[in-house]
Design a protein around this ligand. Sequence first.
Ligand code: ATP
Ligand code: MG
Length: 471
Amino acid sequence: MRQFYAGFGASFRNSGVHPSAPDSLTDEAPPRRSKSSRRKRGPKDPVSYTVESLDGEDVSDVDDSLPDADGVGESAVPPERVVVDIDEDRIDPDAAKVVRRLVRHGYEAYLVGGCVRDLLLNKSPKDFDVATSARPEVVRRLFRNSRIIGRRFRLVHVLYGGGKVIETATFRRNPSEDEQSDDLLIRNDNTFGVAHEDAARRDFTINALFYDLDRGEALDWCGGMRDIERRAVRTIGDPIIRFREDPVRMLRAIKFSARLDLGIDPDTYHALVQCRETLAMAAKPRLFEEILRLLRGGAAHRSIWLAWETGVLDVLLPELSSYLYDRPPDEHRVWGLLDQIDLLTRGVDPVDDITLLALLLFEPMMEACDGRRDRVIACEEFVDPLVERLAVPRRIADALRRIVAILPKLANGGAGKFARTPLFPIATQILNSLRGVDDRPMDIPPPPSRVGRRKKRGGRRRRSGAEPSSE
Ligand code: ATP
Ligand code: MG
């Protein structure tokens, strides 16, 4: 029996057994029925849907005669099974219900991915995902309060009260070599597979652990338990291949390392540095979304530092990375503003994407405005290449331009008509964050009209720490 570290809220030991049948498949709490029907909006799904039974236990139209053949096959490769004894009260009860009902109906079903990783690292999972051998249509029929989503790869969202969604996916596998193109980029990942294939298609070993709820065991095909123990982000398989297949994984490595305070395995780290240019091949909206995730996770400072250190920032946000290269840290407040982002995102209220991006890019944007008569045009010239490179939505790009252009006026107490626009609270939040770094928020060039007037009088204000503009 192998004991891993204690004190992480779960104790691990290798059970070394492959049980043939669960001890108890009937431990599930008796079904409860909700009284009312409500319309809820799920966080992952902007479309409204009707939630008929808020606890998802309405079994009235469950077809118990579904043949097991409706599932995908059994995994031929046995996992290492490690007893981890995670407290049941740390597990979302609805996710547990989904798993148990699938198992009761003869399918394999596990908690998977980020929730298992977070539980083992003693963090609170954001959400709970389930992987199963049952096909989407079967899952759909087992849970009346569910819907199939996705065209390319179909998954089932099982819907619960409060907009909760338990994402339930059928095991799938990576495309085989002959299904793949020469550049390795994965364009098709919608083939059903078995459990070990589903683990192997995932990005990092720590994200490939399956949790067998009734046995309290982690199923490990990829060495994830060892990496949890040594607190390392490591790709499954050759990191160069895995990053070329999907360059967004590089940003995910940075995110997990920063957010969970994990190291990056040396081979994975070197591959990340080596493959960083391939990020330019990834779908732009995915890159943009992943940058926002780096900022949202409460570890924006560490994330952007790591992105800069690895050269990833040069590819994604060259305007920010060159700004950082050009100045010693005491001459700018980029890191201080990232700390402000972390303060905001660790709070209870969601933070608008506009705030996140404005604070991230504030310093180089202000530099771009330095000495320019028309700040709106200067901001536009700064933002346009970003919009092109990362498919920044127009709404956000326009807001960034407007806010950065108006900030000096706001800092001097004059909001005018802008105070009645929906951007005003966002701009105020940004100004407060600027003030949170130091008392220099006023140290912004005055708005365009005044710049013009001052220039005529022969004086142009310079922000302290900023280079004089060479315009
Ligand atoms: P978070 O807490 O940020 O949601 P997560 O690990 O749950 O972290 P998701 O983006 O929700 O991340 O993805 C769920 C799971 O899907 C991951 O844990 C991983 O196993 C797998 N996954 C996600 N993105 C990829 C990818 N690009 N390549 C391979 N596997 C991926
Ligand atoms: Mg997740």
